[in-house]
Design a protein around this ligand. Sequence first.
Ligand SMILES: [Mg+2]
Length: 584
Amino acid sequence: MMSQTEVTKTFPHPENGVCNGDNGASALFEANQSKIFKREPRNRIFVNRSLHLQKIKFYGFDMDYTLAVYKSPAYESMGFDLLKERLVSIGYPAALREFDYDATFPVRGLWFDKVYGNLLKVDSYGNILVCIHGFRFLKRMEIAELYPNKFMQLDDSRLYVLNTLFNLPETYMLACIIDYFTAKKEYKSKKEGIDCGDIFMSYKSIFQDVRAAVDWAHLNGDLKSETVKNLEKYVHRDERLPVLLDRLRTHGAKTVLITNSDYEYTNKIMNFLLDFPAQNHEKKDWTSYWDCVVVDARKPLFFEEGTSLRKVDRKTGASQLGHHKGPLQPGEVYSGGSCDVISKLLGARGKDVLYVGDHIYGDILKSKKIRGWRTFLIIPELMQEVRVWTEKVDLFKQVNQLEAALSDSYKFLDSSTVEAPDITKIKHSLRDIAYKLDMSYGLLGSLFRSGSRQTFFAAQVTRYADIYAASFLNLLYYPFCYMFKAPAMLMPHEATVDHNAPHEVPADEPAPPVVRFNSEVDITEEDQPSPKRRKQEDGKDHVPHLRAVKPHKDIIPHDDEFDSDDSEENANKLDDTVSADSVR
Ligand SMILES: [Mg+2]
């Protein structure tokens, strides 16, 4: 058991409580480069939007893949094997049993095109970065033939977004099945499906079969029973979890568990996760770490109309009749309900809540868009991403050198240039390195990028997750008064122009016109004289203000007081058509 003293030693406090805004995203920004980040990358929480922990009164947690991180690839392999058996049992070829789960293949966030049976990796705008049919990666020309402009609009009727870590086995299964049918001679591949004698299997029907098999494994099959039989094999357990929950409550915050899993499963998982003797060596019931426990929450529905809130009989696991009117009792477990009802019973306002979850749609996007909760996305793959980022530093350096060489090729050229420089070699080298980098992450590359292009998943993380980290336990490395500071969002003209760059244009050189105001007017002076007013001769009809005066410094928004939720609200009304699924 870890003592309190040992724990304090293990998680150093920041020096003087100074906030650093632990995010190195803007490498070009000089100020950021000079920052010294006080926490190791593995312990760090990364910031998209500033968040003051002191304002958070409720910490909500999802369970699956947030508190309970499943061991990879053992858990996905087990899910894949159950999927195989289910598909064979409903008539798919027994040869599927020969496939083993390959963890180097799938990456989260791919789109499955139900019409052409392709897995697509897309950028934030829907441009197709990678397209794979079965195990075959399509060439750029082939992609362009199928998808005009190599672009897809997110359309739920045609596309399914494989958003969560639970989707990894089915991502690989879709590739396996389609590859099997494509490669076997007795089947004929058509544009929208597979022909076999008098049978036609559309890719859409294959997708529906796989999806139904996944749901079956989750709801009726052996996924949960296999997991709880072998908890040590499939679930990571960390003795720092009870430490964090205790510290949150000692600090005065309330802890809330909101999971889509049922009571029976939640009880077993949470019992396992919190099965550490307390300081007085007494075993504590897992519910004693929580101010409110909600199972069967049915997120994302929970953030909308929700379902009836019922009390769970912990002896039988059955939900009581009727809906629970409150108050919420510690030690009790509730099922269903809605964000609205739970918030009212807890007395929580949207901005008081930090919700921690791994599901970009069901946990993060919906809680932020509908309820204005602050959001903390858990990305268990982040450590692997950071490992490649640091281990492959030589490749990243080569990319920088080649980009500098590319830039040099055009350095002394202007519009009088007749012959374009030969950049073929540089372009080929850049492509080779981008390929090596992609393969360092896995067959389908990084979760966040392909070459220099960010993925759709990365864009959603930036947009909806206020903060993100590999584990929620990274909260232990920050004081609860901490202010997570977002890095400055720089436009290209700010990111690439040095602060020391000369701005005076030589007299003999033409320059773009200055259209806002010229430097002869200096409103940065402290004592700006008030504009003179002159009364009309008749004393009537004078202009009250001849011009605006400089605003007081308090009216300029500062990041530490700026409530990003307000501005997000409008932005969030834009596209949110992401496939909803009910997996945990
Ligand atoms: Mg989850």
